[in-house]
Design a protein around this ligand. Structure first.
Ligand SMILES: NC(=O)C1=CN([C@@H]2O[C@H](COP(=O)(O)OP(=O)(O)OC[C@H]3O[C@@H](n4cnc5c(N)ncnc54)[C@H](O)[C@@H]3O)[C@@H](O)[C@H]2O)C=CC1
Ligand SMILES: CC(=O)C(C)=O
Length: 245
């Protein structure tokens, strides 16, 4: 199937984890993919594996000038931007009394301000095209409380999605949020996070962690024309977690 034939897709944080798998799936569906990440070595290696339909651009998602470079380079290379997946993110599992303001501002910048910058950076291009899809990766923690800091940013992504969807709908640009539950990626292998996830697993109604491919299925749908009338909506892939609270 070529559900994304000739679409140009930017995916942030695609050097590993879910972003990498979304890039693989998008190419299999006929897309041209711009992989961005702060980790140049891993990002380049992924692009090499994916071949000529992939382009890697080094990108710190909190930098406005890096965003300008991503948009400019994508337009020079492939002439348009059909889809932006705001996927890059970090997590912590710290208590309120231990998280510092620096920690807090770091997660706000990487998980939340980056999504604002991403939306802002592609808007002029998508408006001129009179088409586009922006997919913002939130979390089940954008629907129900988890760790301080992380939860805050993922609720913000959900709110920002709705505001942008309202403003951009007249230009045929959709903006949606995706809310994964516990997904097997390197993010969850960090000390502190791993232990919390191990404890949490038994509370998942489906009694298992998901694979990244299960989230990619949703990304492919939202990136495709099949989803053209969905905007400002929340797409949940969490094995039933938020259905139980
Ligand atoms: N793994 C999980 O269970 C869940 C993850 N999510 C969200 O899904 C998204 C992807 O997560 P995973 O694939 O699990 O994470 P991951 O840690 O495996 O990959 C994240 C990627 O983002 C990149 N990144 C980090 N800071 C960056 C920056 N400043 N600029 C550019 N790139 C940067 C990293 O280098 C890495 O390649 C994140 O937004 C995360 O919050 C949401 C729900 C569940
Ligand atoms: C990292 C994350 O969003 C989880 C496990 O919900």
């Amino acid at each position: 199937m070529e559900r994304l034939k000739d679409k140009v897709i930017i995916i942030t944080g695609a050097a590993q984890g879910m972003g990498k798998v979304h890039a693989e799936r998008a190419i299999a569906e006929g897309a041209k993919v711009v992989i961005t990440d702060i980790n140049e070595e891993k990002g380049q290696a992924v692009a090499v594996t994916l071949g000529s339909d992939a382009l890697f651009i080094k990108h710190n998602v909190v930098s406005e000038s890096d965003w300008e470079n991503v948009v400019q380079t994508t337009l020079e290379y492939w002439g348009k931007i059909d889809v932006l997946v705001n996927n890059a993110g970090i997590t912590y599992n710290m208590k309120i009394e231990e998280i510092t303001l620096d920690d807090y501002m770091k997660i706000v910048n990487i998980n939340q301000v980056s999504v604002f910058l991403g939306i802002k950076s592609v808007t002029a291009t998508m408006k001129a095209q009179n088409s586009g899809a922006i997919i913002n990766i939130s979390s089940m923690n954008g629907l129900a409380g988890g760790a301080i800091g992380y939860t805050d940013t993922k609720f913000a992504v959900r709110g920002m999605t709705k505001a942008a969807a309202r403003e951009l709908s007249p230009f045929n640009i959709t903006v949606n949020s995706v809310h994964p539950g516990v997904i097997h990626t390197p993010m969850l292998e960090q000390p502190g996070v791993k232990e919390a996830v191990d404890k949490f697993k038994q509370m998942i109604p489906m009694r298992r962690v998901a694979q990244a491919e299960e989230v990619s299925n949703m990304i492919i749908f939202l990136a495709s024309d099949e989803a053209r009338y969905s905007t400002g909506s929340e797409f949940v892939i969490d094995g039933g977690v938020t259905a139980t609270v």
